[in-house]
Design a protein around this ligand. Structure first.
Ligand SMILES: Cc1cc2nc3c(=O)[nH]c(=O)nc-3n(C[C@H](O)[C@H](O)[C@H](O)COP(=O)(O)OP(=O)(O)OC[C@H]3O[C@@H](n4cnc5c(N)ncnc54)[C@H](O)[C@@H]3O)c2cc1C
Length: 452
């Protein structure tokens, strides 16, 4: 084994999170080495929609110009649910109510996004990239300071760094190597394909189609193309599931998709909910999907990764490069964002997919809230896009949504049974109270366990 010259920061993984971290820490004048196994190891089907806070963050890191040309602006979500009246209808959730406001997200094809960002950070002062290399071991004497072992064709090298960043994705090897456990749930997979964007229903929006069979997405990716993704639940038959989900799509667009499906095989990727026991250990910080990921319903993974990078940079700056103090701060601030984003994704997923009376009622309440309140639509989009990452905002909105159950009594009386409404409302209230208790408990713990 060779010993290499020390670096300030070693980053395992050259995906969006690794590149964002490198650009952020290069702004502090640190020497940084990125270890990346190469294109064959990355994911082919992954995040492409970046919310405005992620776009702003990439701008702040000097990484926006290299992807803007490849990108397509996006103004929020258009959310379709199972058609109630024959024709599919959608609630449009814009990032901003003001048409003159320049608040927009960006969609960039994943392969371009990853390539362009990594290429750009490789040109920054102090940053070097070792491709066809991977971290294969993390050595430690005392559990406080880890040293990475990097494997290349030429052999293994031990790299000492003051700070090690695990940006190696949801199934992070580094996380495992430092003995950090995590809870995993793998509930579905995603199948993705490209179609002509001519009949895409809400151009300029991320179209989300809800169905008990799974959540599907469609958005423009540029050059006249659109990405379509279908969620395939565990143990479901993929063809049957796609057929069911397609029923919610407008007819012309559905035909375009069916033609592509008949001609080829879609790309696939697993969907995980991963919650590691912590986000730092010793001199190691987890970032991006390695730090935790959830259902892609909110399309917030990239934005969260960019925010993580900025939080880490600011924590190092504010603590005068005191790494233990900075990592403590990073863990506290970043965990808030993770908690809100994960809770929101998981609650929405359940509301839209589960077939229980409380889930159906919650889903109706959410749509009633969106239909009746432009402020509600904007506030929901702020949570979905991580512009608002306060768990207390989430708790308040949850309660507001649940109160919409009262408005729905006449409709439920007409369309279903009032007994179902009763059952749904009791379970929903119990669930909501449990949710409020968890959120408030978490808030109090954070306030007192990590005082400012
Ligand atoms: C189907 C799907 C759709 C999604 N849609 C969206 C969306 O629209 N918007 C959004 O924001 N998010 C979305 N996400 C989530 C988003 O893709 C991720 O949050 C984001 O890509 C995370 O990037 P990352 O850099 O943390 O991880 P990754 O992109 O997984 O990168 C990890 C990198 O680490 C490298 N690596 C692996 N092992 C090692 C090792 N031992 N040593 C060194 N390097 C290693 C890999 O080669 C890879 O390059 C989606 C996810 C999926 C699966």
């Amino acid at each position: 084994m060779n010993d290499l010259a020390d670096v300030d920061v070693l980053i395992a993984g050259g995906g969006v999170a690794g590149s964002a971290a490198a650009a952020a820490l290069a702004q502090l004048g640190l020497t940084i080495q990125i270890i990346e196994p190469g294109p064959a190891h990355g994911r082919r089907l992954a995040g492409e929609l970046i919310h405005p806070p992620g776009v702003d963050g990439l701008g702040e890191l000097g990484l926006l110009d290299v992807i803007r040309e490849e990108g397509v602006p996006v103004d929020g979500f258009a959310i379709f649910r199972e058609s109630q009246r024959g024709a599919p209808d959608a609630e449009v959730l814009p990032y901003s109510d003001r048409s003159d406001a320049k608040v927009s997200g960006l969609v960039v094809e994943h392969r371009f996004l990853k390539e362009r960002l990594l290429e750009k950070v490789g040109t920054l002062p102090g940053v070097s990239i070792r491709t066809n290399a991977r971290v294969t071991a993390m050595e430690t004497q005392n559990g406080d300071t880890f040293t990475a072992v990097v494997r290349e064709d030429t052999g293994d090298t031990r790299v000492r760094a003051k700070l090690l960043i695990a940006a190696d994705g949801p199934l992070s090897q580094v996380r495992k190597l430092i003995g950090m456990s995590h809870a995993t749930q793998r509930y579905s997979a995603m199948m993705g394909l490209e179609v002509n964007d001519e009949n895409l229903p809400h151009t300029g929006f991320g179209n989300i189609f809800l169905s008990p069979a799974g959540v599907s997405y469609a958005y423009a990716i540029g050059r006249g193309r659109a990405r379509v993704m279908f969620e395939i639940l565990r143990d479901a038959d993929a063809k049957e599931s796609i057929r069911t989900q397609l029923k919610n799509f407008p007819e012309d667009f559905r035909r375009d998709i069916e033609a592509v499906l008949a001609a080829g095989k879609p790309l696939a990727a697993p969907n995980f909910c991963i919650v590691p026991e912590a986000s730092t250990r010793g001199n190691v910080a987890l970032i991006g999907d390695a730090r935790g990921c959830c259902h892609p319903l909110t399309a917030s993974g990239i934005t969260a990764a960019v925010k993580d990078a900025l939080i880490l940079r600011d924590a190092l700056r504010e603590t005068g490069m005191d790494i233990p103090a900075a990592l403590k701060r990073y863990a506290r601030l970043g965990n808030r964002l993770q908690l809100t984003r994960r809770t929101l994704a998981e609650e929405l997923r359940e509301a839209f997919l589960a077939q229980t009376p409380e889930a159906q009622l919650l889903s109706e309440c959410i749509f009633s809230y969106w239909r009746s309140s432009p402020t509600g639509r904007r506030r929901s989009m702020a949570l979905l896009s991580t512009l608002d990452s306060s768990v207390l905002s989430l708790a308040t909105q949850y309660l507001t949504v649940v109160l919409h159950a009262i408005r729905l009594i006449p409709q439920w009386r007409r369309q279903r049974s009032i007994a179902d409404w009763n059952r749904g409302v009791f379970r929903l209230l119990a669930k909501s109270l449990g949710f409020q208790r968890t959120v408030i408990g978490q808030w109090i713990r954070e306030r007192y366990a990590f005082p400012e």
